[in-house]
Write a protein of this length. Structure first.
Length: 131
């Protein structure tokens, strides 16, 4: 329980970093947390995936995505990774899966994202609707 609490405490500091666009710093904190608990699950791999997505490192993002045990909203991001890699049919399939699994439309997903920079949500919306 001790290491799990420490991981949860770190997540509470990492998520605001991501929401403010401090992806490199968030990744540094995530790597520190992974050293504390290398068997961590979605608490760390989901934020890691999102950081790599926003840093345009789609190869690393894909590797992180496949570590997530129960992807939900991350499916929307992964559809975008596939779209950016010009895997359009796979992106469409993943977007449909994201909507089915989460029960969310693109618009409801966008409104659930807590980014302070509204340009980020605008980019997400435009790109998801382009799939």
């Amino acid at each position: 329980v001790g290491s799990e609490m420490c991981i949860r405490d770190r997540i509470f500091t990492i998520e605001p970093m991501i929401n403010l666009g401090n992806y490199e710093k968030a990744l540094s904190e995530l790597n520190r947390a992974l050293r504390l608990d290398p068997f961590s699950h979605d608490l760390l791999f989901g934020p890691e995936f999102v950081c790599y997505f926003w840093l345009n490192d789609y190869s690393a993002a894909s590797k992180s995505f496949f570590k997530i045990k129960m992807p939900r909203t991350h499916l929307f991001y992964y559809a975008l990774v596939l779209f950016k890699e010009e895997k359009l049919e796979s992106a469409k399939t993943k977007l449909t899966e994201a909507e089915v699994v989460t029960g969310m439309s693109i618009d409801s997903f966008i409104s659930s994202e807590p980014y302070k920079d509204k340009n980020l949500t605008k980019v997400l919306e435009q790109e998801l609707k382009a799939i």
